[in-house]
Design a binder for this molecule. Structure first.
Ligand SMILES: [Zn+2]
Length: 287
């Protein structure tokens, strides 16, 4: 499942990437990316991909709107159009590609196709059909429950520490909660907890200011490294990202910890497979 760095990588490529798929298109070669492209029409091949509004209204409203900007908020891709906001959440298996439609047949699992007024198109492909698309007047109606962006300077150490104090639950599910902090998923949570030397079951409220500061720094460090490496290519390929080759603990059960050599263990926390080093991340009671 794509997390903040994978979605950020896709957003950056939507803004300006030069993709191989563009090479057969004179217009895309000159001006890659989706910004300033005008949507001529949309094909919806799986109606339930559209969360809001109904499909007929979706066709009618999006027709003729131009993409002014594309940004990321949490794991959402947010397109600012002339009049509306188009939001896409990739969930488990979603991906987006931009390509020429000249001599280029659609692929299986292409759920929503945005045809631009030139020969380019943007395609939302989603094998498992969990991804969703919204067209709304105000993005806030979809995004209002999201917590702060972990990489934003608006999230201070003091604010982060205070927020942790309010939760007696284990730290791992707190970090996965999109209302607590937006964009973290299983990979980057496990990686950040290892870097901060915090056991995934430690109570959030037990972290003092210094350890909260370490955790916030670790979150930022792993997310920034993920972005620098164009995300991780796990389950699905995201634009050649290679962060999976640098995992500290994620899916390394039984392998040696890169810090201390202890074997990485796997437990289940809140129904999610969780990877940690029992030496670097001792349980609360042993500290
Ligand atoms: Zn270790």
């Amino acid at each position: 499942m794509p997390e903040l760095p994978e979605v950020e990588t896709i957003v950056r490529s939507l803004r300006n990437a030069v993709d191989l798929a563009f090479s057969n298109s004179p217009t895309l070669k000159d001006r890659p990316g989706v910004v300033r492209r005008k949507i001529a029409d949309v094909e919806v091949n799986w109606e339930r991909s559209i969360a809001e509004p109904d499909v007929v209204s979706f066709y009618r409203r999006i027709h003729g709107q131009t993409i002014l900007d594309v940004q990321r908020r949490g794991k959402f891709i947010v397109f600012q159009l002339d009049d509306d906001c188009l939001l896409i959440h990739l969930r488990m298996s979603g991906d987006i590609r931009v390509e020429s439609r000249i001599n280029n047949p659609l692929l299986p699992h292409d759920r929503v196709v945005f045809n631009f007024t030139d020969d380019a198109r943007m395609v939302f492909n989603d094998t498992r059909k969990f991804g969703r698309v919204w067209l709304v007047a105000d993005a806030c109606s979809v995004l209002e429950r999201l917590g702060p962006e972990p990489l934003s300077p608006d999230l201070s150490t003091a604010g982060f520490h205070q927020a942790l104090q309010r939760h007696k639950r284990a730290i791992k599910p707190i970090l996965l909660d999109q209302g607590f902090v937006a964009g973290m998923g299983n990979i980057y949570t496990d990686e950040a907890l290892h870097l901060a030397r915090i056991h995934p079951l430690e109570k959030a409220s037990s972290l003092n200011y210094e350890r909260a500061e370490d955790l916030l720094k670790a979150i930022r460090s792993v997310l920034e490294e993920g972005i620098r490496r164009n995300g991780a290519s796990i389950d699905w390929v995201y634009r050649g990202g290679d962060f999976q080759n640098y995992f500290r603990v994620y899916q390394r059960t039984g392998d040696a910890c890169k810090v201390c050599g202890t074997k990485i263990e796997r437990i289940v926390v809140g129904q999610r497979g969780t990877h940690f080093c029992p030496t670097c991340q001792p349980p609360e009671i042993d500290r």
